[in-house]
Design a binder for this molecule. Structure first.
Ligand code: APR
Ligand code: PHB
Length: 398
């Protein structure tokens, strides 16, 4: 079997890349380890930046997003029992974010791929990458029919943090930068109306909490917990009591409760493996970098990488130029590090490490006071949160 681009992984990165390549007339085959139902139901983040919404809309994936996505024009930071609103739209000249679950984006991308009758193989096993340094790299894998070999011009490693692509790069090529945070998030999905129209980020004396949502009937909420927290130690009553305490304010914030139907603990880490390339292998999204979830950036960053790579491959396929492929890693790393910094900044500003002293707490509160009172500081938060523009020479529209 032969194709132009072998794409490993059908998450937001791999599926977006496949879609953008198709629009340029470039063939690809997507290989996914899990089954379709698993990929479509996996609970992940749910905030789309403005550039992500604009891209999905431009490339024909915006219909359900426009109907079901919840557009938010601001968010609140809660500390010292007071809520302070950051008005994204005012501060960024009209931009907003859209609440729409990652699995909904994935469903829309899979639907487009299957409607076009293009290759997307679920449940493949034992994926191995070979000859990445040559100009005919190969991917071996197993499916129901047996052992398969896929030859390509380019391999896109879109298989997430635990995939096989990054480990396929020989030792010594990648430089890894990592930051482990001394806390985690306990996340829940609950059947109840959101208690606030917009997201609320709370930095309470008992630690961080986040009030988010998926639909007008389903809320998504998070609590800062110790890294080794076991969801079994968090019965529903304890979760609601802790959320109530952390969201309590002097304006009478009333938290609505309901049936919790999903519960899980997410570790918090920053991670970058650079460069995002080895020979004909290009790393995209979580395969190369992870951010702590406080800035809601993971999926947006994966889609930004896919956009840049799709254009570089499009140029290569059309004219044979490698100029844009050669620039891929540097172009993407500029955004990756901006987003690493923003996510680190939001995380350290809002969470309380167990050993935090009063000096550090005072610094946090001073920072929060500044960000919610200075136009310049609030603009910094807002423009990063709604998403800095994708690099212009790489924009989708000609
Ligand atoms: N072979 C084929 N597919 C694989 C393999 C493998 N060896 N290993 C992993 N995969 C698949 C996973 O099952 C998953 O569907 O690759 C896909 C990777 O998708 P994501 O983990 O969603 O990564 P990405 O597309 O980069 O999107 C990043 O996901 O983790 C969140 O917060 C993160 O929102 C961000 C987004
Ligand atoms: C979510 O809704 O899952 C969410 C929202 C905002 C974040 C992180 C996660 O910063």
């Amino acid at each position: 079997m032969r194709t132009q681009v072998a794409i490993i992984g059908a998450g937001p990165a791999g599926l977006t890349l496949a879609h953008l390549l198709h629009l340029q007339g470039v063939e690809s085959v997507v290989l996914e380890a899990r089954d379709r139902a698993y990929v479509e139901s996996r609970v992940r983040a749910g905030v789309l930046e403005q550039p992500t919404v604009d891209l999905l809309t431009e490339v024909g994936l915006g219909d359900r997003l426009a109907r079901e996505g919840l557009e938010h024009h601001g968010t609140s930071l809660l500390f010292r029992r007071r809520r302070h609103r950051i008005d994204f739209t005012d501060l960024t000249g009209g931009k907003a974010i859209t609440v729409y679950g990652q699995q909904e984006v994935v469903k829309d991308l899979i639907a487009a791929r299957t409607a076009a009758g293009l290759p997307l193989h679920f449940g493949v096993g034992d994926v191995r990458l070979e000859d990445l340094e040559g100009d005919r790299p190969r991917v071996r894998y197993r499916d129901a029919a047996g052992e398969q070999v896929l030859e390509a011009d380019i391999v896109a490693g879109c298989d997430g943090f635990h995939g096989v692509s990054r480990p396929a790069v020989p030792p010594g090529v990648l430089t890894v930068h990592e930051r482990q945070y001394p806390f985690a998030w306990l996340g829940i999905l609950a059947r109840t109306h959101p208690s606030s129209e917009e997201l609320v980020y709370a930095s309470s004396d008992r630690g961080f909490a986040l009030h988010s949502m998926r639909t007008p009937e389903v809320t998504r909420q998070y609590l800062q917990v110790p890294v080794d927290a076991d969801p079994a130690d968090w019965p529903d009553d304890r979760i609601w009591a802790e959320l109530q305490t952390r969201f309590a304010d002097d304006d009478g914030f009333a938290l609505e409760t309901g049936e919790i139907f999903d519960k899980g603990v997410t570790p918090m880490r920053g991670f970058v493996a650079e460069p995002l390339r080895h020979g004909r292998l290009f790393l995209v999204g979580d395969a190369a970098h992870i951010v702590p979830p406080t800035g809601a950036k993971g999926m947006n960053l994966a889609i930004a990488d896919a956009r840049v790579l799709s254009r570089a491959i499009g140029a290569f396929a059309a004219t044979g130029t490698t100029e844009h492929l050669d620039a891929y890693s540097d172009v993407c790393l500029a955004r990756v590090w901006r987003v690493q910094h923003f996510s680190w900044w939001m995380t350290t500003m809002l969470h309380r490490p167990a050993d935090q002293d009063l000096y550090d707490r005072r610094l946090q509160l001073s920072q929060l006071d500044y960000v919610t009172s200075s136009h310049a500081a609030a603009t910094t938060l807002a423009e990063n949160y709604v998403g800095l523009p994708h690099p212009t020479p790489w924009s989708w529209s000609p």
